[in-house]
Write a protein that binds this ligand. Structure first.
Ligand code: 5AD
Ligand code: SF4
Length: 474
């Protein structure tokens, strides 16, 4: 009988990709995926540490497995990813029935560790080195880029895939746990990246999203030659079968002109840039140690608009960071009003033990104030998104059709016509009526309605007019 694997993933796109790869490696050992926890022989939680809430949710999910483990002690429960690296031994302390703890830099070990636990070796933990106390090369080696096998079945759509181009982060923003749990910034070799893109294209994938924590800081030096992200984009352009790509997440200070020009000049590149500002107040940006002032962010926006006039830009913001006053928050609102982002992801500050922010500043903005600021900013952003989306009514876009829309999957079984979803070259989500055969194709869609999050359209059909014969008298 085949063994069954259940995996739950929270967090960012990096984690989604990691889960795809972990599943692929366990399939090779004979595991089959199940979406039912009680059926699984191995249960993995791929975790996130960016906010406390995400970690607490994993502990409550683990809590619910306690009795299953008591009844079926042979089942293997694993915590992998960022929280595994962040909490290490603490995971076993808080959930003593966990068998496996593996950090994001050690995921390649999972199949062997699972075998070892099976063979009775007891709980296993593999994590990377801390960022202090060792030399850089040793720390880098302990965080291995994990990109072995691709698994089309684990992807949300067979026509789209993530490709990692960089691991880790060296920016050390004071609120952020990522440099600690994902290790030093390291670029993957362009040859490996291009080979992987080729393989994905051969498997039928039409769009890829290049991933890096600060993707536009990407650098790879070999034999005295340095490849930048812009160079890499030119190399990817030659991959046959691949029609479109984008890259996330950008760091404002590294948004160089050569990159913007590459985005402008390469027809396969989406005109979409995710460049988190985090705050509109210089006092906050300084405390966050973001390395730029708001004037520089504005100047970057001007350069984006000048080089790629039709680009859509999205951002992240943290509200209620340590010491944030109403004046600081107003400056963030001013920036959102001025930049008219396509959308923004807004987060309430969550103190992360082990960061400089937790060490240096008090988390002194009350929860209700954080909540209120979050809602206010979100409301403001949503009305901007809605206004700008409505300006797109009547336009026609080439949309890469991803599959059935979420709402159709939820409610569509009662015979409603198939609703498909896809994205434009500017990363707008478009929903329209269609058929199965259209999935994976680029289709022209004309937009007839829009809200803050979605454009609604219909497929442009060419009308073949009946031929008209002029009956003229001889
Ligand atoms: N609290 C709240 N939000 C955070 N982010 C990162 N760290 C924290 C934190 N401690 C947000 C940032 C980042 C996004 C991925 O998560 O806005 O861009
Ligand atoms: Fe975190 Fe800053 Fe690195 Fe982004 S750039 S992952 S916010 S430390």
């Amino acid at each position: 009988m085949t063994k069954k694997l259940y995996i739950e993933t929270v967090g960012c796109q990096m984690n989604v990709l990691d889960s795809e790869l972990v599943v692929a490696s366990l399939r090779k050992r004979g595991y089959e995926l199940t979406d039912r926890r009680p059926k699984a022989d191995v249960l993995l939680f791929n975790t996130c540490s960016v906010r406390e809430h995400a970690e607490e949710k994993v502990y409550s999910a683990l809590g619910r497995l306690k009795h299953i483990k008591r009844q079926h002690p042979q089942k293997i429960i694993g915590v992998i990813g960022c929280m595994a690296q962040n909490h290490q031994q603490l995971v076993f302390t808080r959930a003593p029935y966990v068998d496996l703890v593996v950090g994001p830099g050690q995921l390649h070990q999972i199949p062997d560790l699972v075998d070892r636990i099976h063979d009775g070796a007891g709980p296993q933990m593999e994590v990377s080195l801390p960022r202090k106390g060792y030399d850089r090369a040793a720390i880098e080696r302990s965080f291995e880029s994990y990109d072995p096998l691709r698994n089309p079945e684990m992807r949300p759509s067979a026509y789209q895939a993530y490709v990692r181009i960089q691991i880790g982060c060296d920016k050390f923003c004071t609120y952020c746990i990522v440099p600690k749990v994902r290790g030093p910034e390291q670029g993957r070799s362009p040859q490996q990246i291009v080979a992987e893109a080729r393989q994905l294209a051969d498997e039928g994938c039409r769009e890829i999203t290049l991933l890096g924590q600060t993707v536009n800081s990407y650098r790879y030096t070999d034999g005295g030659r340095t490849t930048r992200l812009s160079d890499l984009l030119y190399m990817l352009h030659d991959v046959d079968g691949l029609d479109r790509w984008k890259f996330v997440t950008n760091f404002p200070r590294d948004m160089s002109d050569d990159l913007l020009q590459a985005v402008r000049d390469l027809p396969k590149c989406s005109h979409y840039l995710h460049v988190p500002a985090q705050s509109g107040s210089n006092r906050m940006l300084e405390r966050m140690k973001r390395g730029y002032r708001v004037e520089e962010y504005r100047e970057m926006m001007v350069r984006i608009r000048e080089t790629i006039p039709d680009a859509t830009v999205t951002s992240d913001f943290i509200v209620g960071f340590c010491g944030e006053t109403e004046e600081d928050f107003q400056l963030t609102k001013d920036l959102v009003a001025e930049c008219r982002f396509k959308n923004s992801f807004i987060f309430k500050y969550s103190e992360r033990p082990g960061t400089k922010g937790a060490e240096l500043y008090a988390d002194d903005v009350p929860e209700e104030v954080k909540k209120r600021r979050n809602n206010e900013l979100l409301e403001m952003q949503n009305s901007i998104s809605e206004e700008d989306n409505q300006l797109r009514i009547g336009e026609t876009y080439q949309v890469l059709v991803e599959g059935p829309s979420k709402s159709w999957l939820k409610h569509g079984e009662d015979g409603a016509p198939l609703q498909l979803t896809g994205r434009t070259n500017w990363d707008h989500i478009v929903v329209f009526e269609g058929n199965q055969r259209q999935i994976g194709q680029f289709l022209p869609i004309t937009i007839y309605d829009a809200n803050a999050f979605t454009l609604f359209g219909e497929v442009v059909t060419r009308h073949v007019a009946p031929e008209v014969y002029m009956l003229t008298a001889p």
